[in-house]
Design a binder for this molecule. Structure first.
Ligand code: 2M8
Length: 536
């Protein structure tokens, strides 16, 4: 398998003028440097050199004082005392676009273990499903073949029934729960024996990624274009089966809202959206004991889910093991079953993308028609889920039989899939970019936080309960551009590049100070930043 260390195709990263409002303009020459920054088996040098030029300790790469956030281990620093926050915010440094592109490429290369680009170097040393999709978009700028390989690796782990699993384990351990805790290969007839996988799924962003890789490929050489088109031909049927699995097993009544059976399936693991449904998940006394590894790597416990949350996460795995991961039984018996409006919106727009690719590449007409039907149905259901009071889309707790009236970023799901009338769409965009959300006056950058700072549930450091996630910002930016909201797409790009200007490529950011949180050198952060630095 080709690795980033030995790219099979010439690097696609090409001179592009990047000078959106508020961002430094980089020269063609600087980005040309990214293309030739090899040797390819060495980390790109420029970001490190930049740090040293600015006074970093050459041994550790750390800058003296409290401002450097690049951490070679890829793990978080200890909590900073509140009094230091204001200093940290004021002292945030900002690399220019060329340096960011170089640093992002370095993150992707250094997280490439040959068979996959791990989601993060220490905290997530395996392949995650939706991470892999975003990562492949970043990889496309380094080599279309390598991007396609990432998608192929993920699809090689697809279950016989069509599910794409949320984790594909590599050879390394280092993550809990590992494959032994899931036991999918022993318990499920659908799960592959190799590679080993988890037993749940994640948001279906994969067709979006394949479409984006094709766009990048078509701006490249003939070989790039051929590789991009071959990827579509090789992956289309598997992606169709994946969407069919979601329609059949996660929306058996054809409501248009796709259900998740674990908060991890939403990708927004501990969002306050799930607090109600999780309160009904009661871990049994026979929950096997376990040791968390994440808390050893992210030392500030406030940045990660609590132990009680973890008990519930692990209990749901026990329930699924007892159902042998049979998707019908899981849907009927699992104590967590929520129709997820954000996953449904992604499903709708990804079905549109896959249907368009299917039309172009001669896929079976009845399969394309299925996708268009699912897209329309889910788009309508997302629009219909909106709260009459707030206009935000809502999840539906299928176990409790109730709408979940908790305001989070997922409420803007209609902006991902479209489907609102023009006035309603404009109003929702204004809310997203307005003073309660991305435009909140306390925020260091106008990037949507996962929970509004005005909400009682806002926790500025806690994972999916407040921090800004560059990858989610990219998804909204991509959707804005797709739906013709060019100015807002450009604003998200510029503001997110400013947020990540510290060069840490962190998993998430504290919205008020811009402090890097969670894992450093997180692959999907690097991938979307590379895409934003290099492609328009
Ligand atoms: C986080 O989820 C994993 C469990 O799947 C974890 O916390 O250990 C989430 O942010 C998820 O969306 C993401 O795919 C994963 C890897 O980046 O980490």
């Amino acid at each position: 398998m080709a690795s980033l260390a030995t790219p099979a195709a010439p690097c696609l990263l090409r001179p592009t003028r990047c000078g959106p409002a508020g961002m430094p303009t980089t020269s063609d020459v600087a980005l040309e440097t990214v293309m030739t920054a090899g040797p390819w088996d060495q980390p790109a040098l420029l970001p490190v050199r930049s740090r040293r030029e600015r006074g970093a300790d050459p041994a550790t790469g750390r800058v003296s004082g409290a401002t450097d956030t690049i951490d070679a281990l890829g793990v978080a620093d200890a909590a900073i005392p509140p009094a230091a926050r204001i200093v940290r915010r004021a002292a945030r440094r900002s690399y220019d676009v060329a340096d960011l592109a170089m640093g992002a490429a370095d993150v992707l290369r250094s997280n490439d273990i040959g068979t996959m680009v791990t989601a993060a170097p220490a905290l997530y040393p395996h392949m995650w499903s939706w991470d892999a999709a975003f990562i492949s978009i970043g990889l496309a700028h380094l080599g279309v073949e390598r991007a396609g390989q990432e998608i192929r690796t993920l699809l090689a782990a697809q279950w016989a029934d069509g599910m794409i699993p949320h984790i594909v384990y590599g050879d390394r351990g280092g993550y809990f729960p590992g494959p032994g805790r899931w036991g999918t290969a022993e318990l499920s007839a659908s799960a592959p024996q190799a590679p080993l996988t988890s037993g749940i799924c994640q948001p279906p962003v994969h067709a979006i990624a394949v479409g984006r890789i094709l766009d990048v490929a078509r701006r490249g050489t003939d070989a790039d274009r051929a590789a991009g088109e071959q990827l579509v031909r090789d992956s289309w049927a598997a992606l169709y089966r994946w969407h069919a699995w979601l329609a059949q097993y996660r929306d058996p009544d054809g409501t248009g809202l796709i259900a998740v059976v674990h908060g991890w399936e939403s990708g927004m693991d501990n969002s306050p959206r799930w607090d109600g449904p999780y309160s009904a998940v009661i871990p049994g006394p026979d929950l096997p004991s376990y040791v968390r590894l994440d808390r050893e790597l992210v030392r500030d416990g406030a940045e990660r889910p609590t132990d009680l949350e973890y008990d519930r996460y692990l209990w749901l795995i026990e329930e699924m093991r007892r159902a042998s991961y049979d998707p019908v039984k899981v849907y009927e018996t699992c104590s967590f079953l929520v129709a997820d409006v954000f996953v449904s919106a992604i499903f709708a727009v990804a079905s549109d993308v896959l249907a368009d690719l299917g039309d172009e590449f001669g896929a079976p007409a009845e399969h394309v028609a299925d996708l268009r039907r699912w897209a329309a149905r889910s788009r309508a259901a997302v629009a219909a889920s909106r709260s009459p009071e707030t206009g935000l889309a809502r999840d539906y707790d299928r176990r409790a039989g109730a709408w979940i009236d908790v305001e989070t970023l997922a409420g803007f799901a209609p902006l991902i899939c479209g489907g609102l009338d023009a006035d309603a769409e404009r109003a929702l965009i204004e809310t997203l970019h307005g003073p309660h959300w991305a435009g909140h006056p306390d925020l260091v950058a106008k990037v949507p936080p996962t929970v509004s700072p005005d909400s009682v549930g806002f926790k500025s450091r806690e994972y999916w309960r407040g921090p800004q996630w560059p990858v989610v910002s990219w998804l909204f930016g991509w959707a804005h551009a797709r739906h013709g909201h060019t100015a807002q797409a450009e604003a998200l790009r510029a503001e997110t590049l400013s947020l990540v200007g510290d060069g840490a490529f962190s998993e998430y950011y504290e919205p008020v100070t811009g402090e890097a949180l969670g894992s450093r050198r997180q692959s999907w952060t690097a991938a979307v930043i590379l895409d934003w630095c290099t492609a328009r």
